[in-house]
Design a protein around this ligand. Sequence first.
Ligand SMILES: Nc1ncnc2c1ncn2[C@@H]1O[C@H](COP(=O)(O)OP(=O)(O)OP(=O)(O)O)[C@@H](O)[C@H]1O
Length: 587
Amino acid sequence: MMFSPQIRRFLALLAPDRGSWTLVGGLMVASALGEVAAPYFTGRVTDRVTQEDATAAVWPLVLVRLSSAITELACDSMAALALTRARKRLQCGAVAAVLRGDMPGPGGSLGDTPGAVAERVTGDAEVVHSSLAHLLVSWLWELTRAVSLLATVAWLSPVLGLLTLLALPLFLLLPRTVGRIQQDLARQVRVAEANTTAVALESLGAIGTVRAFGHEAGVTMRVQQRLAQQHQLEKKEALAYAAGCWASGFPSLALKVAVLVLGGYLVSAGTVTPGELVAILMCQLHFIRAVENVLRYLPFLAKAFGSSETLLELLEQARKVTPGAGPPSPVTPDNHETTWTPGLCLKDVWMSYPGRSEPVLKGVSLSLRPGEVVAVLAPPGGGKSSLVAAALGLHPLAGGAVLLDGNPVTPRPHSHPCVTGVPQCPSLLSRSLSANITLGWEHKEETQVVAAARRVGVHTWAKQLPQGYNTEVGPRGMQLSGGQTQGVALARALLRTPRVLVLDEPTRALDPVIRRQVEQELLCSGGAGAGEGPAVLLVTGRVALAQKAPRVALLDGGRLRELGSPEELRTLPWAAAGDAGNGEGDD
Ligand SMILES: Nc1ncnc2c1ncn2[C@@H]1O[C@H](COP(=O)(O)OP(=O)(O)OP(=O)(O)O)[C@@H](O)[C@H]1O
């Protein structure tokens, strides 16, 4: 049977519980027999009312109804459990796919900030679960009842069964059209809600800056504009809902009249007995109610599907990206030829951002042998962080390749990180200082953690904390200063003894004394000789730091040019003014 992509995605979500759902279906059909029993046996009693054994038809009715009630209870419980498992799968799957990079994270279609992405993932999954927990099971009940009742009518009188069947398109077409409109609107409303939340979170996150610059009115207006857009969509959604209710009521009236007229004729013609007509009329009444309920639940179901669509669509894409054999490299296009060279090699790397007409990296090539240190100097906005993201394999490339010993660089979970980086704004998690340094490498000895911390000046302040390395750093490391956070990120990278260290303005937030120590450490961590220690790619806007490196390259306008020697920096007017532009004095 052909389903719409939306239903297919939803069924894929329920598929792992297909055994439970098959049992739920079986129990539903068994229970629906109880619904059919009432009209059927009432008809039998009507026909036998003049006979002595009229009560003989009553006992089966009682027994069938009783077992039907028990079956219904078992069925509801099983369905509720299966739906809870589906919600867990949806949430865990989405979070895992975002973390793996298979699904867009902040800045993608789920939202601009981590808060917006989290709100979409949990919010969408919650809406789907709460709607479906109430609706899907009830809807399936009504559908099963409707089918059983229609089958009974057709069995008692094929003509009246056919009439009922012919009336069905009237039941379906009108509400379906309205349902589509509702579904579309529901999706738009979810997007508008997420946008409003993103704007509110952004404003609250930057409340200090907003107040300092007296921009409260502007921010409030922005939030109001988003709310107004959302309100407009919700009004349309309410109108569509009212239209949906009307569309589900009108066809039932038409069917009732038709069955009464034709049924009366069939009794007078002797085709059906009066008892059978009573049973048919009762079945019809229940059938119409069941179909009305099926249709009444449809808009809500459509809304639930609409709310989950983006998430399910992205999960489906994520599944296609990762077919069984492990994730492909997110950075190296499939058809790129690889050649074996030791160390890190950026080969003709191109990188673009959506919505930006010009590539941010244009054919960047650079190789670092083990133990080599290369500084890349770039002006503000010159593409430093983009180059670092490319070197770490964190951003898809538009062209070219990033290779380590001839193999594409891929951030793989649970494997030894051969290429490690320190971003310009490192992230800490709400854990202890020690756990933030080890982060995923909990097997490391405390002495190793302390040794790494000593190398970057973290030990000096860490030992003064109330619980030393076990001190909690607070949500997102809020209890540490910018310089301390940068130190932790550096210790984290060094602890892993990587083959390549990629550093983005690694000492910017450090105080001058520690900065000198750390710079010395980083510039020497390459083993001070080719072939030993990690290769270090040091990306910076500070001329004074770049000058200390044995090899220097300039990144400007997306293109990389390596200088003959660091001394050449003195001859560049742009570079000479660079540090002043950064607002950071040289040592
Ligand atoms: N996600 C993004 N979407 C669109 N454009 C982006 C994105 N990230 C960066 N850019 C743009 O790409 C260019 C390079 O950005 P990048 O952050 O790599 O520069 P940078 O040298 O690290 O900047 P800074 O000196 O501020 O650290 C900038 O013009 C920036 O506006």
